[in-house]
Design a protein around this ligand. Sequence first.
Ligand code: TXA
Ligand code: MG
Length: 326
Amino acid sequence: MKTLRLELDPWNPDPSVLENAAEVIRRGGLVAFPTETVYGLGANALAPEAVRKIYAAKGRPPDNPLILHLSRPEQAEELVYVDERARRLMSAFWPGPLTLVLKARDCIPSVTRGGLDTAALRMPDHPIAGALIEAAGCPIAAPSANVSGRPSPTDARTVWEDLQGRVDILLDGGPVRVGIESTVVDVSTERPLLLRPGGMSREVLEEFLGVPLGVPDGQSKRRSPGMRYRHYAPAVPVRIWQPGDPLDLGEGQNPEEWAFMGLSEPPAGFGHILQFTSAENYARGLFTGFRTLEAAWRGIVAEWPSEAGVGLGLRDRIRRAALEGK
Ligand code: TXA
Ligand code: MG
């Protein structure tokens, strides 16, 4: 298939381009589009054949369910069972980088929810995403628009690298704002669970809910299938460095052949340094940094950030990028 790459101004998106893309979604095709977190690879969430194309294009394991993207909170009511707590979360934090897992209604095909009885919903805070969903007239299922296991795409060039020839349309709306994926919270049971830390801070959610978020134990991990996989990994090794600790690159490695990413002064004479001025900027630059640095350096040292705010999500991405093997 030939991928059509179309540029769109996020603040003034051309309605005819959006209509073109919405028509592709309605016909059961694939459209990659920007959200505030990362680019998504979208299809009609209610059409099983269209959703199967997402799994094929990404090489994604079929038991890893997708997020349904909405353009208005009310759309959730037809798709899942929404209680008062979920409704309050939606009105406080949507649109935004918060994904809510709720008990699914029968209208959501099993393939979209990876065979689970729950479904994940989010309303992205991006004018192109919102307008596309609204024009398509259906919820859009979308994982991050990368080949499975690779760092998620924070700009259109990266999507193009991974998915050129595998999607019908790529909407290029420029670089994203947040840079790591949404925070996923399971509110389908009494105790809310943090399934994936991300762009929305844990402290803010806990303050709002008035209770600490649970974290999945061995058993409930089955309900967060995405967390089982090595992820976000560049093609070269990633080592974690905590400020104050000695640097350990492994036997015979020379820091001059390695790159450093982080917030602090690097602990050695690295060949290349990406130093960020805030945790938010670190999050915004993490995945692009991985992809840029892997091409030129033997390995990447990533600083372990504090867990405040977006730091918890950053830690999760860095930890999983540093895992050995698949
Ligand atoms: O920011 C984001 O969330 C991006 C943009 C495109 O919206 N999307 C994204 O999708 O990161 P994906 O597919 O890469 O990650 C979705 C996560 C996975 O960890 C998946 O296991 C989890 O959400 N998930 C989806 N449905 C679920 C469900 N019913 N129960 C538990 N976890 C679920
Ligand atoms: Mg992903």
